[in-house]
Design a protein around this ligand. Structure first.
Ligand SMILES: O=c1ccn([C@H]2C[C@H](O)[C@@H](COP(=O)(O)OP(=O)(O)OP(=O)(O)O)O2)c(=O)[nH]1
Length: 147
């Protein structure tokens, strides 16, 4: 199953289900679910109001949209985001997909509700021959696996 869904507590804001721009576009455009203002040199997490079901053998990678960097001076602060399949419905934030942006301009920049800030691409990943991770389950959201 590969499917975007709305996070319960954001239903009233009516988040857009991501779409691809053309038939050959690889990325599903991810939009902000509410207005967010980012100060110079500040990193802000942009809520999408969405979660995503992903097959176990895949992850969704969050890549930049070129236009957001060129027009607004916003970069993905983490380079590329990785959304793991077991992030979906985790107990701390239900699997909320966030886009982490850094403002490199010398003035504040506002992202408006519905503005597309990044793109999600589904890719398969490989395991090493001697991988022994086994059945370790994710408990929470960001940073939880290292706690
Ligand atoms: O841009 C991002 C990056 C991550 N995530 C979510 C999905 C991912 O499954 C989870 C954990 O991300 P990651 O593994 O990159 O963070 P970590 O700092 O290594 O935390 P953890 O210990 O939870 O893996 O956070 C996002 O929503 N957006």
């Amino acid at each position: 199953m590969r499917k975007f869904e709305v996070i319960e507590k954001y239903k009233h804001l009516n988040p857009q289900i991501p779409k691809r721009a053309t038939d050959s576009s690889a990325g599903y455009d991810l939009a902000a679910v509410e207005d967010v203002t980012i100060q110079p040199n500040e990193i802000k997490m942009i809520p999408t109001g969405l979660k995503v079901q992903i097959p176990k053998t895949e992850a969704m990678f969050i890549f930049a949209r070129s236009s957001i960097a060129i027009k607004k001076g916003l970069l993905l602060s983490n380079g590329v985001g990785v959304v793991d399949s077991d992030y979906y419905n985790n107990e701390s934030n239900e699997g909320h997909i966030m886009v982490s942006l850094l403002n490199i301009r010398d003035h504040e920049v506002t992202i408006e509700k519905g503005e597309r800030v990044a793109q999600g691409i589904f890719l398969t990943y490989q395991k090493t021959d001697d991988d022994e991770t086994g059945n370790v389950a994710r408990l929470g959201g960001f940073g939880s696996s290292g706690k």
